[in-house]
Unconditional design. Sequence first.
Length: 144
Amino acid sequence: MGVRRFGRRKPVKFFLMVVCVLGVSSCAALDQYVTRRSAEFERIRAERRAEIEREAVVEYGPGTTVRHISDCEWEVCVRGGSVCISKVRDDDNDGSPTVACGGEDCRDNDPLISPNRPEACDGVDNDCSGVVDETCAPGEPLHP
């Protein structure tokens, strides 16, 4: 499972140049679209990093610094950098990193769904096994 990268502008631009050389019209419009999407991804990335930094200061106190290793990993350092804690992206704070960052959390926006949770008979794959309600007896009523 690879790490999701934002802002893949160069390979797309290369593709657009090849397509444009082959005579496809509207290349300027395509180039503008790619430029806008790249800028949007960079804005989202910057917002996420700022959010991580704010959360770290709230959790560990003033003077906390954050060193971003990738979109999935960062270090939170306290006491002037003498103590650093490695963190992995877990958007719902359920203890399991998102699939995009090498974890097994199939729905990282819902803390009630995680590979760490038991399956419940509710019509949802609560434990990220890929099977819905696998521990339920046939005909057992759903418990929402």
